[in-house]
Design a protein around this ligand. Sequence first.
Ligand code: ADE
Length: 226
Amino acid sequence: MHIDILTLFPEMFDGVFTQSILKRAVQKGLFSYTLHNIRDYSTDKHKRVDDYPYGGESGMVMKIEPIAACIEHLLKQKTYDEIIFLTPEGKTLNQSIANELSMSKNLILLCGHYKGIDERIREIFITKEISIGDYVLSGGELPAAVLCDTLVRLIPGVLNDETSALSDSFQYGLLSAPVYTRPYDFRGHTVPDVLLSGNQKLIDEWKLQKAEERTQKNRPDILEGE
Ligand code: ADE
């Protein structure tokens, strides 16, 4: 999978892509990305990328020309499965959207800033709008990083143990069961004995029960949605 990210703040991605699973996916050749600074596509002599909104609203709007130039430059080289705009007005990201998008070969992610982007960018280029939750962030960079992380860990071969993405929360409509490692006893808090029993059937039943209890307590909406 290759992801082209259009942003005004490419440095914001430095830490995210150079650590842990994303770094390993890049090293294994399973994932690649290119950061494009939208400002580089401005033909304005001051490299402006925003302007006042028509209609007198407060705040600035990202201009259409630099974003269009960047997207058109990319479209000349490749075809894309989706051109995604990260915005609080988009569809809320969930595991099923992530599973679907993880099959993509090429994606463009557009990160917005200021008051928003000129609506015509949406009309002409955007094929999907994604929000990472019902709250407003200062820009689309953190949401784009969240989306990349959730997609890349689903690419076969990225995680060492192929089954571990399948046991993530949400994959089976439940949150994950608790997990433990050594020591057995930490200040009197011990590991549930069933996990040491060696009886896989009992262990699986216990995990399912704990996953159901946790989902009922923290996310009853998931159970109701069934
Ligand atoms: N940009 C600002 N807030 C956002 C959110 N919640 N999701 C996606 N993009 C955003």
